[in-house]
Every structure is written in structure tokens, then in C-alpha cells.
Design a protein. Structure first.
Length: 607
């Protein structure tokens, strides 16, 4: 969602902050701004639009100073415009504040503040924070602590005060915030890539912590003012990995990185007599052995990865496996208890609804394992055991390499659960995991289909609607393929189980409707073929992706993409890449903003 960057040190803050904001563009935003403290006080520049526009304005009116904060806003309360952009100031020229999250009681607080003669300039929930801070007494840390005591909701904030010019104060509850440092500089940000060019030594703030960045160093306290523990982690991401490296878009780069990403996920992950080693924490055999049900909790693309895992795990587990959308799971009353195993799946490790689902599971004494990409993220700290995907930074809003890496990691985790429950032996788990070693090569093979996918996109990119059909393990892949097309090309697309076609969606079929059919010999081939015959009878345009090339397949398809056949666990990977490429090529032809599609954010850190 929104992005935060703050800097204090010996160099000019403006270029550091702009650099950090550019690194955060992938999170999605509609406006941007900076607040910098210099010799003449606090200078603020903010506006609707892209960071490039903000940069142009700062060329004309630069803000000099060595302490500052910056923000990219994704609108929740108040439309995207210059006034609602962050930073916010309140009634004076002293303060600047940036905020990610939602202040749930902002309407009541606003009325109370207005009754005390505070004048508001924006429609945002955020502005109440800076007005509350203005009313407090004491140091900047004490003012922030007192103000946040009146607030309900989620927040990550950074605040500067022209009367305390060498300091930045930050705080978090429910929204991520990280701190980094070198010998003579400190940084604060909503995400690691914003500061990775300057330091790899990172502290992830916990909920209800306040951090002060000053000349004396970094001080972290809790909301009561007591000293808080903090662990510094060294991030091994290469900053160059977050650059486009000659690709037109980050999304295309990340599609092409999938053989490497999946290889990194697999590397060093063999089964030993002790099973599969988790990256952090411990998945205890006694907890898994007693598990009577499994809940996979995720959102968006990660949810579809969980849906694939359910099909794969059911091959060797005979207990109920439910795949839950985080935003629904958190408000339901599922049968959670100490005999439940909950698996959280999140690329960022900061997805608000997934986190809430894990908190709910923790309260029920369930065992929690998670599949996450980002080291040290909040999900990892809410889990008993963590398996990292090691996909590296994913900048494009539409997830690609994170999805395929999750499929592989979840396959391994499922085998480990089966081993712990006595459903497979170590030898059988090794053999099954060994099949995944073909994944990088098979993914690379699909990347060589790009010219054929371009031809396909050129035929269909002007269509307004698509249907994606699949069965068994390819049904969630159909859902993910439809989501990719929706996300970046703004085409209405829906995924369905092919067997459900006749139960409603078939009414949509006519000569103008492209239908993407995913057919594998590994599962109910004949049934899917019959479903596609139903489309053909109604003159729908049939695009077939299949690993079984027959004369019948050739005759039924208007367009045909032939894919290699492999074991069932590899089938979702093989079919995913060409669907990603199709969505990408269609979006390019339609001229959309591929890496930052409208209305979307990379990491959804608010409810």
C-alpha cells in the first residue's frame, strides 16, 4: 500500500528520500510528497500523480536539509489530490507526518479536535494524528506516544518537528515499519527496498513500538515508554535485483526470473532422516501428528497457490484441508483449536487479513506454519515455523515469481506434514520432492514460447471479456490466469471449474467470447475435453493450453499452445508461465501501466 521513507544523517535528505520513494513505487500509489527540515524550518512539497512530477517540482523548488520524510499515498479516506497527499502539517508549520494504515475512530477525533479550534485542510483520516500530536506536551517521542493512546486502528508513521530538527520519530501498529543504520546515518521505511542501497542492517519494528532516530543513535521503546527489544537482521538481497536490468517492465523481468527463483526455493531443501528443515522456528512432530484439520490462509494470488496445494496435499493426506481467504476467515467462527494446523501464505509477510487470520489461530492455540518471501516480516514473527521462498524482491504489483515459488514451497511443506503424520516415509518424501528438481528447466522452456504468446495476444487483446476453464489442479491456475489478466489489462476475466460451465457461465458463450481452456492428461482429460465441446457448439473462441496434443485437440481449438507433460505436482507450474505471458502481452498492447496497475497495491497492509 502506501510507502514511507525517512532519513537523517550527513548528506542532503532530498535525493535520498526521492530515491527511496522510487523504490517503493511498486506498492501502488496515487500521490507523493516530502517534508525536509533545513535552516529555514520545515519545507513540504506534495502532489497528486507520479514521483517524477514531484521530482520536477523539487527541481524548481528544492528542499535543503539533512533530515526528512517522504510518502507515497494509496487513497483510502479522501480522493487522490494535492491536499490529501502526505505529509500532513496540522495547524502550525512545525510538524510533518506521514502515515500508512487506517485510523478507525478518526471521525470522532476530528469532531473533538474541531471543537478545540483545530482547523483541518484535508479529507483524510491521517490528519487527526498530527493535530493530536500538536496538543501534547513533552518531547516528540512523548507527544507521539500520548497521541497514539487516543487512536484506534492501524498505523505506521514517521514524524518530524522543526523545533527538534535532528530527529525522526516513528511508530507502528498493524502496518510494517523497518529501521536501518550505518555509522552516521539512520533510515526508516515501510519496506526494505527503500533503504537497501544504503544499508543491509535492518530492524523490523514490532507492533506497539516507537522508534527515535537521532544523532545519539536509534532508541526503541514500547507504548508505555519502557525499553523494547530489537534484533538487527542482515538482508542478503542484492539492490541490483530490484532494477529492471534492460527489461521493459519489472513484471517481464520477474516472469523471466522464475527458473532462478524456483531453483533458489528448492536449493538445500532435501529430506533427511529428520525431515525437511524449516528456515525459522520448528514444526514439531507431535503438533503435526495430532492435527485433525488444516487451514491454509491467504489472500489474492497466494490464496490460489493455497488452492493448488490443497489438490496436491490431498494426494497423500487424509484429513480435511480448507483454503481460506484471509478477509473471510478472520470474521468467521471456524473450528479452530489446538488440534488445528494453520498455514499462512504471503509474499510480503505483511498482508493485513492474513495476519489477522494467524492471530485468530494463535488465540485458538493452533500450530502455525507459514510460507513467506520477505525475511523477518510480521507473518514470520507470528508463526511457529517458517519456510522462505527465497524468490528475491518482487516489484511488479501483479505477482509472478512469488506464486510459482510458493507452489514449490507448499509442495515441500505438504510432504513434510505427510511425513510427520506417517503418511509417507522419508524415502518416499525424497522421491516426491525429487520430481520438483525438473521445475526450473520446465519453466525456462515455457519462456521460450514468448513469440507464440505474442501472436495470441495480438488476436485477442481488444476483447472485453475472457473465461478461463480448468479442472482439478488446473482450476486454481485458471483462477490465477484470470486474475493476472484482470489486474494488468483491465479486461473482465473469470476462472471457473470446467465442469461448472453448464451451471451458469455457459450463458455467456457466443462468437465474441474467448475461452481459455487448460487441459492436462494428468487429470480428467476426457471430461475437460467434453466441456470444451460445449463451448465449441456455442461458437465460443477456444484457446487451448494442453500437454496432450492429439488430432481431436487440434480440431477443437481456434488457438493452441502445446506444453510439455510432467508429473502432476509440476503441471501447475508449466501452465502458469504462458498465462502470465499472455496477460503481460495483452496489457502491453492495450497500453496499461503494467507494473503499477490502477487502484492496486503490492502489499495490502490495511483491511
Amino acid at each position: 500500500m502506501c510507502g514511507i521513507i525517512g532519513y537523517r544523517g550527513e548528506r542532503e535528505a532530498q535525493p535520498v528520500i526521492l530515491s527511496g520513494l522510487k523504490k517503493l513505487e511498486y506498492r501502488g500509489y496515487d500521490s507523493a510528497g516530502v517534508a525536509i527540515i533545513g535552516d529555514e524550518g520545515l519545507g513540504i512539497e506534495k502532489m497528486e500523480g507520479k514521483i517524477a512530477q514531484l521530482e520536477d517540482a523539487l527541481v524548481k523548488s528544492p528542499k535543503s536539509g539533512k533530515v526528512g520524510i517522504g510518502h507515497t499515498r494509496w487513497a483510502t479516506h479522501g480522493e487522490p489530490n494535492d491536499v490529501n497527499a502526505h505529509p500532513h502539517q496540522g495547524c502550525t508549520d512545525r510538524y510533518g507526518l506521514v502515515h500508512n494504515g487506517i485510523i478507525e475512530n478518526h471521525r470522532r477525533l476530528r469532531k473533538e479536535l474541531e471543537s478545540r479550534d483545530h482547523e483541518f485542510s484535508s479529507d483524510t483520516d491521517t490528519e487527526v494524528l498530527i493535530h493530536l500530536i500538536e496538543e501534547q506536551e513533552g518531547s516528540l517521542e512523548e507527544k507521539v506516544r500520548a497521541a497514539l493512546g487516543e487512536v484506534d486502528g492501524t498505523f505506521a508513521i514517521a514524524v518530524v518537528d522543526a523545533d527538534t530538527p535532528g530527529k525522526i520519530v516513528g511508530a507502528r501498529r498493524g502496518s510494517p515499519l523497518v529501521v536501518g543504520s550505518t555509522d552516521d546515518e539512520q533510515f526508516i521505511a515501510s519496506d526494505v527496498p527503500a533503504i537497501l542501497d544504503y544499508t543491509k542492517e535492518i530492524i523490523y519494528l514490532e507492533d506497539n513500538q516507537i522508534v527515535s532516530l537521532a544523532g545519539s543513535g536509534i532508541e526503541i521503546t514500547d507504548f508505555e515508554g519502557g525499553e523494547a527489544e530489537a534484533t538487527t537482521r542482515t538482508i542478503d538481497w542484492d539492490p541490483v535485483a530490484a532494477q529492471k536490468e534492460g527489461y521493459k517492465h519489472f513484471m517481464l523481468k520477474e516472469i523471466n526470473e522464475q527458473p532462478q527463483a524456483v531453483g533458489d526455493t528448492l536449493r538445500g531443501r532435501g529430506f533427511t532422516d529428520g525431515g525437511l528443515k524449516m528456515d525459522e522456528g520448528e514444526l514439531r512432530e507431535k503438533d503435526v501428528a495430532k492435527a485433525e484439520k488444516i487451514f491454509i490462509v491467504a489472500c489474492g494470488t497466494s490464496y490460489y497457490a493455497g488452492r493448488v496445494a490443497k489438490y496436491v496435499w490431498e494426494e497423500y493426506l487424509d484429513i480435511p484441508i480448507e483454503v481460506e481467504i484471509g478477509s473471510e476467515f478472520r470474521y468467521r467462527n471456524p473450528p479452530l483449536d489446538e488440534n488445528s494446523l494453520v498455514v499462512g501464505v504471503s509474499q510480503s509477510g505483511e498482508t493485513a487479513d492474513t495476519l489477522a487470520g494467524l492471530e485468530k489461530s494463535r488465540e485458538a492455540d493452533a500450530t502455525i506454519a507459514s510460507v513467506v518471501n520477505v525475511l523477518g516480516s510480521t507473518v514470520t514473527r507470528r508463526s511457529d515455523a517458517v519456510l522462505y521462498t527465497h524468490a528475491g524482491p518482487e516489484i511488479g504489483v501483479a505477482s509472478t515469481k512469488a506464486f510459482t515459488s510458493q507452489l514449490v514451497a507448499l509442495s515441500l511443506l505438504g510432504l513434510e506434514i505427510a511425513r510427520m503424520k506417517g503418511k509417507v516415509t522419508v524415502s518416499e518424501a525424497k522421491k516426491a520432492a525429487g520430481k520438483l528438481s525438473r521445475a526450473p528447466g520446465l519453466l525456462q522452456e515455457q519462456l521460450e514460447n514468448v513469440d507464440r504468446i505474442k501472436e495470441l495476444a495480438e488476436v485477442f487483446y481488444e476483447k472485453d471479456d475472457f473465461l478461463f476453464l480448468g479442472r482439478d489442479v488446473l482450476y486454481p491456475v485458471a483462477l490465477e490466469g484470470a486474475l493476472k489478466l484482470k489486474e494488468i489489462s483491465y479486461i473482465h476475466a473469470e476462472g471457473y471449474p470446467a465442469g461448472e460451465l453448464k451451471h451458469g457461465p455457459i450463458a455467456l458463450i457466443d462468437e465474441n467470447m474467448p475461452v481459455v481452456a487448460l487441459i492436462t492428461k494428468n487429470s480428467v482429460y476426457d471430461k475437460v475435453y467434453s466441456n470444451i465441446e460445449e463451448v465449441r457448439a456455442r461458437k465460443g473462441k477456444i484457446i487451448v493450453f494442453t500437454d496432450e496434443l492429439t488430432e481431436d485437440t487440434k480440431s477443437i481449438a481456434d488457438e493452441l499452445i502445446h506444453l510439455p507433460r510432467a508429473d502432476k505436482v509440476l503441471t501447475p507450474l508449466i501452465f502458469t508461465v504462458p498465462l502470465q505471458l499472455l496477460a503481460y502481452q495483452v496489457a502491453v498492447l492495450r497500453g496499461t501501466d503494467v507494473d503499477q496497475p490502477r487502484n492496486l497495491a503490492k502489499s495490502v497492509t490495511v483491511e
